[in-house]
Design a protein. Sequence first.
Length: 182
Amino acid sequence: MYKQVSIPKNGDGAGVPLPKDPTIIVIDTDDIVAEPTRAVGDVTMVGDYTLKEGAKAVGIYATPSSIELPEENSGDPDARGFMQGVTFEHPGNSKEVKNFTEHYANKGVVILTRSCSDGRVEAHGSKCNPLFLTTTRTATKDANKRQFAFKQEMNSPFLPGDYEGKIPDIAPEAEVSVDAGA
């Protein structure tokens, strides 16, 4: 429940961008057995993500300077809500990133992002209102990369939550060869 407090300036440089951990953690909603709870007006999530036996989240590298966490507020009167999102670029076009792209093209996901400065973890999406992927690839004389944009398809009463629970087990890293960027 929301507790009314006045909000002063956070200090000098409060608006300076904060670096983000380059590993984006993707959880397939089909694998979620239980998820943390929260209430409107309190961004703290209570509980852990519990996955099906044997299921793991996936970590995908994101170019740190490309990570964006958009939040959009919209809706009709008495029905305003938030659409959460996570966008980032991944360098190269390895077989593993192509497989990831195809696999998650029509799957709902929850994404965990971490701040490098204070260790804060934010959860984007939920089992019942997940994020969905759209992607574009650049293969030009200037770049070889893929842009991932995960976004909710309908408004939610929630902003991304502050997740203080256990990070789910992450799948092992792929064996990437030196020419994997091709």
